[in-house]
Design a protein around this ligand. Structure first.
Ligand SMILES: [Zn+2]
Ligand SMILES: [Zn+2]
Length: 331
């Protein structure tokens, strides 16, 4: 099969490699769509730990084309979205943390390839009318469901989101479902600000505009925002957002911060104003329930362009530069 092998840095090479063998509880999936993710970009920039050579790609959908001998043949032909890890349900992490951090996990093979192999439990059938593109967004959407479910909401909560990339938009969508009508999104890219408005933001602000400080002051009101979601992964933006919170405000870290980065913030203020800070990494226990939740959210419009496997560098560069919204690969 054709696969794009990551060789370190921004080097990828298309190679013809054998189709991975399936074990008795596994399935072979013909990959239809893979989303490019900020994490893929961070890996190529050395900001997220990963060791080459490797097939990357972890947000994907496809069709089951072969099954192991313990897997029912009726699964053949199913359209699925693919979880990147399986779970045992019995280990400490499964019981006390989340099933997406299972210590006995079996990983799905990388998706920047024609085929991927995974345990049958990781291949989740998608609703009939759902496109492969939207199905491939199950992974980032699960991360955003898992994160936004950590927060306590009130119907009159004032929410501030920094970043209107895919994670910011997905968080916006899930928070909006809590019947909240005061969501402010900060984003310098005008295309993404427009998308935030289309997807339900009540206000958008441009951090590069002269009126930004005034806009924030007006929108956070006398006491500050109740909830802040950082959806970029930039420590300075995390500090900034925390400073706009009201006492006992809640801050959610959805963006993936670079390894070894530090929070430059007055800890006395954090302590004195009783700020709650939530780390949020990963899909929690939500992956298999997310396809139904995202079916009718209008996520199709988030897909900016689909590339073939050979064009992976183009897609990575566009993702890194923050142009458009979501780029996909069709291997
Ligand atoms: Zn991702
Ligand atoms: Zn486990």
């Amino acid at each position: 099969m054709k696969a794009s092998i990551w060789l370190g840095g921004d080097k990828f090479e298309i190679r013809d490699i054998p189709i991975p063998e399936i074990k008795e509880d596994e399935v072979l999936v013909k990959v239809q769509r893979v989303g490019l993710c900020g994490t893929d970009v961070h890996i190529t920039q050395g900001l997220f730990p990963s060791i080459p050579p490797k097939i990357l790609g972890h947000e994907f959908s496809g069709d089951i084309v072969d099954v192991g001998k313990n897997v029912d043949k009726s699964n053949l032909g199913k359209r699925v979205t693919c979880n990147t890890t399986s779970s045992c349900g019995n280990c400490y992490n499964c019981k006390n943390w989340t099933i997406s951090r299972c210590s006995n996990e079996v990983k799905s093979t990388g998706a920047f390839a024609e085929f991927s192999v995974m345990p049958i439990s990781s291949a989740i059938e998608i609703p009939k009318g759902m496109s492969y593109e939207v199905a491939a967004m199950t992974e980032p959407a699960s991360c955003c469901v898992s994160g936004t479910e950590m927060i306590d909401y009130k119907s009159d909560s004032k929410i501030f989101i920094i970043g209107s990339g895919i994670m910011g938009i997905l968080c916006l969508k899930f928070v909006k479902e809590k019947s909240i009508d005061y969501i402010v999104v900060s984003e310098p890219n005008p295309i993404r600000r427009k998308m935030a408005l289309e997807m339900g933001a009540d206000f958008v602000v441009d951090p590069s505009s002269k009126s930004y400080e005034k806009d924030i002051k007006r929108l956070k009101g006398e006491h500050g925002f109740d909830i802040f979601i950082e959806a970029v992964g930039n420590p300075n933006l995390l500090s900034e957002g925390i400073s706009y919170l009201r006492p006992r405000g809640q801050a959610l870290m959805i963006g993936v911060h670079p390894e070894m980065s530090n929070l430059d913030y007055d800890l006395y203020d954090l302590h004195y104003r009783e700020i709650k800070l939530f780390g949020a990494f990963g899909r929690g226990n939500y992956f298999s329930s997310v396809p139904e939740r995202i079916e009718n959210l209008g996520l199709e419009k988030l897909v900016t362009k689909t590339f073939n496997l050979e064009e992976i560098n183009k897609a990575i560069n566009l993702t890194a530069e923050g142009h458009g919204m979501k780029y996909m690969i069709s291997p």
